[in-house]
Design a protein around this ligand. Structure first.
Ligand code: ADP
Ligand code: ZN
Ligand code: MG
Length: 467
């Protein structure tokens, strides 16, 4: 590690998209505050947690997809802390033996980032500081969030810049969406961002929301720490918080040591035991993830790395591509999807997963384009109408009268036929006889049932004669 190198490690908390909470049957999606809670997620004395099997399964898949060693026996612990968002005064989490350890993930440039651990825990309640209530001296607590399953992914301090941290989170969320355990639109991602300048004290920016937030918090913190060192001042080891409005971090309480949490074994839940065979089976059942899919696209369809990556990054886009590639030249389909279609998606801020696009419809449009029955401009307009208004491309082309009657290629074929069958007229034309040109055009018009554009026919004949 170089002297002024940046050292970053992330502790990411991601909401798993189960229907019910981690230890009770309460729904994870609810509108009204405090409408989805029960004695268990409210932490009433005497209530007993029951582990949500689906959440456990999701966490196991995450650990395996991140190349972790899954522990054959693990259990839950109580992390004691006193704060209004946790009415039990402890959070059920994992400490000594988590679901998985020692994994790794590749960044988009191939650099490998170590995964220290993956564990399962419950989300605390949400504190609501309502500005509109006319009082700044109290907060409200919404227990709907209390007990939502979180998977925590802790990285080794292997990240060397805020951009790498962002890239890591992109890789991570892509893997989670591929596993279908996380919904970017409804689930939140938060991270504690640990950052230091090599050889100096580490700062932990707690509870930063979203990928962009993480990148911005780290950018600020890197600049702040470098500036301190430049002025021969010291970076103090501390916990800071990130303010999204000013994009700055500020010191909070002094960092708790691990002992402060007083972890104890959770006596209301049994230890989880898995056999080697069960773990192996789970690993085999994992879906193909984006890195593998991208490589396959490059080999199978001869796509360049960039295009293959764009297609594989988005699970829905990758699926759509493979379906369309069964019907249309894959290279053409790939270009159209990554350029035209994604341009519309990005420009209009659409969620591709929510659009429910038909591969057949897009394939039909591409076939029209390839047969030169529609212009590129018309195809673009059709895809815009499809994505933004849901109108089927073929319908759009029809309604707008955008289909060309006869394609150039067909005219060309007709010209070739007429020229071959009228050798004398061709010879005459070559000597400059204008009449024979009119004759030949007439023959082509006849053959194409007058659907060809005469001037285009003339042009094609002239080209053929010359060539
Ligand atoms: P704690 O649990 O007290 O937050 P850990 O030692 O478990 O501390 O590490 C938490 C995170 O801090 C990990 O993501 C790790 O990669 C990161 N980390 C460890 N050392 C450094 C460092 N020198 N600079 C930046 N991050 C670090
Ligand atoms: Zn509940
Ligand atoms: Mg920490």
């Amino acid at each position: 590690m170089e002297k002024n190198g940046i050292v970053i490690g992330l502790e990411c908390h991601i909401q798993l998209n189960t229907d019910s909470k981690l230890f009770c049957g309460c729904r994870t999606q609810a509108e009204e505050p405090n409408s989805s809670c029960c004695p268990i997620c409210l932490g009433h004395p005497g209530s007993k947690p029951v582990l949500n099997a689906k959440a456990l399964n999701y966490a196991l898949q995450v650990a395996l997809a991140l190349n972790c060693e899954v522990n054959k026996e693990f259990f839950f612990s109580r992390k004691t802390y006193f704060y209004p968002d946790m009415s039990k005064d402890f959070q059920i989490t994992q400490y000594e033996i988590p679901v998985g350890v020692k994994g790794h993930v590749a960044l988009s440039n191939g650099k490998r980032i170590g995964i220290t651990r993956v564990h399962l825990e419950e989300d605390p309640a949400a504190l609501v500081h309502e500005a509109g209530l006319g009082a700044s001296n109290f907060s409200l607590v919404d227990y709907n969030r209390s007990g939502i399953p979180l998977v925590e992914v802790v990285t080794e301090p292997d990240l060397s810049s805020p951009q790498e941290a962002r890239d890591f989170l992109d890789q991570l969320t892509t893997i989670l969406s591929y596993l279908k355990v996380y919904s970017p639109s409804s689930g939140t991602l938060k991270a504690d961002c640990n950052v230091s300048v090599y050889g100096n004290a580490r700062v932990e920016v707690k509870n930063v929301t979203g990928k962009r937030g993480v990148e911005k918090a780290l950018e600020f913190e890197v600049a702040r720490q470098k500036n301190l060192l430049l002025n021969e001042r010291e970076v103090v080891r501390e916990t800071r918080s990130f303010d999204e409005k000013s994009m700055t971090t500020k010191a909070t309480r002094g960092k708790e040591t691990e002992e402060d949490y007083g972890y104890i074994f959770e006596p209301d839940l049994t230890a989880i035991r898995l056999s080697t065979a069960e773990i192996k089976k789970m690993k085999q059942r994992l879906p193909e993830l984006h890195a593998a899919k991208s490589k396959r696209f490059m080999q199978e369809f001869n796509l360049d790395e960039y295009t293959a990556n764009v297609l594989a990054r988005n699970f829905t886009l990758g699926l759509l591509f493979e379906e369309i590639a069964k019907q249309v030249e894959p290279m053409i389909a790939a270009k159209f999807l990554t350029r035209e279609l994604m341009a519309v998606v990005n420009r209009s801020g659409l969620d591709l997963n929510a659009l429910d696009l038909s591969a057949d419809e897009i394939a039909s449009l591409l076939s029209l384009l390839l047969d030169r029955r529609v212009t590129e401009k018309a195809a673009k307009e059709a895809i815009i109408a499809y994505l933004t208004k849901g109108e089927k491309p073929t319908q759009f082309i029809e309604r707008q009268g955008l289909a060309m009657d006869l394609q150039e290629r067909d005219i060309e074929k007709a010209v070739e036929k007429v020229l071959a069958e009228n050798k004398k007229a061709v010879a005459d034309l070559k000597t400059g006889n204008k009449k024979s040109l009119n004759f030949l055009v007439g023959q082509v018009m006849h053959l194409t049932k007058a659907k060809a554009e005469p001037r285009l026919v003339q042009k094609i004949i002239a080209e053929k004669i010359k060539g």
